[in-house]
Design a binder for this molecule. Structure first.
Ligand SMILES: Nc1ncnc2c1ncn2[C@@H]1O[C@H](COP(=O)(O)OP(=O)(O)OP(=O)(O)O)[C@@H](O)[C@H]1O
Length: 194
């Protein structure tokens, strides 16, 4: 995880025929966190997808050093499998061992034999966080990470992110809701709209 970094230079994002933002440059180094804010449709998710390499920049460059874990509204867990099977599938791909206590901490131990399609919104979000932890990625891209979480789980998501950054990880967070994280900077995407 040490050595994770993100360098964004003069980035512009276009979706369809609309230029969403331009001239965005920033640096994130090991241990740093940044919350991206802005109105609906301004391009927060699009920015995260560009950093993840899932969408191309319209202009500019992104250089991300380190493995990337993305949590958005689509948990990449097979709805036809049980939660235990779905997480085991990713453990094989990620090549990571199960971190002791993560499932218990996330309140998932009692749900391992439940098909993913039966999980509630918040349970699916907890499961996505469990998969993220298993990835052991240096860079966390969190798109509305608190959506659907109850108060206790939201505080846990904040605490897990703080632990990630304290261990040298990076967090780039798009969130309408306040996200409590010591030392986190905020970027208003409206400063980069045309
Ligand atoms: N594949 C696509 N093709 C065309 N337009 C798209 C595509 N994906 C997103 N958009 C548009 O790009 C704009 C930005 O979407 P994005 O999801 O990045 O916004 P956001 O800031 O995350 O919004 P919200 O706060 O509602 O989550 C929206 O107008 C959206 O309709």
């Amino acid at each position: 995880m040490q050595g994770a970094s993100i360098a964004i230079d003069d980035l512009a994002c276009r979706r369809g025929d609309r230029l969403l933002f331009r001239g965005l440059s920033l640096r994130l180094r090991a241990g740093e966190a940044l919350r991206v804010v802005g109105r609906n449709g301004i391009g927060k998710s699009s920015l995260l997808r560009i950093v993840a390499g899932l969408a191309p920049p319209f202009a500019g460059k992104v250089n991300a050093e380190g493995a990337i874990g993305l949590v958005d509204e689509r948990p990449a867990l097979d709805p036809a499998r049980t939660l235990g099977e779905a997480l085991a599938f990713w453990r094989q791909i990620d090549g990571a061992g199960e971190r002791n206590g993560d499932l218990g901490r996330l309140g998932l131990e009692a749900l391992l034999d439940v098909p993913v399609r039966y999980l509630s919104t918040g349970q699916k979000k907890r499961a996505a966080l469990a998969r993220l932890l298993g990835q052991e990625a240096g860079i966390w891209l969190l798109d509305e990470p608190l959506n659907g979480l109850d108060t206790h789980a939201a505080a846990l998501a904040e605490a897990l992110t703080a632990e990630h950054c304290a261990a040298g990880g990076i967090a780039l967070i798009a969130s309408h809701q306040p996200f409590a994280l010591p030392g986190m900077a905020t970027l208003a995407l409206s400063d980069y709209t045309t």
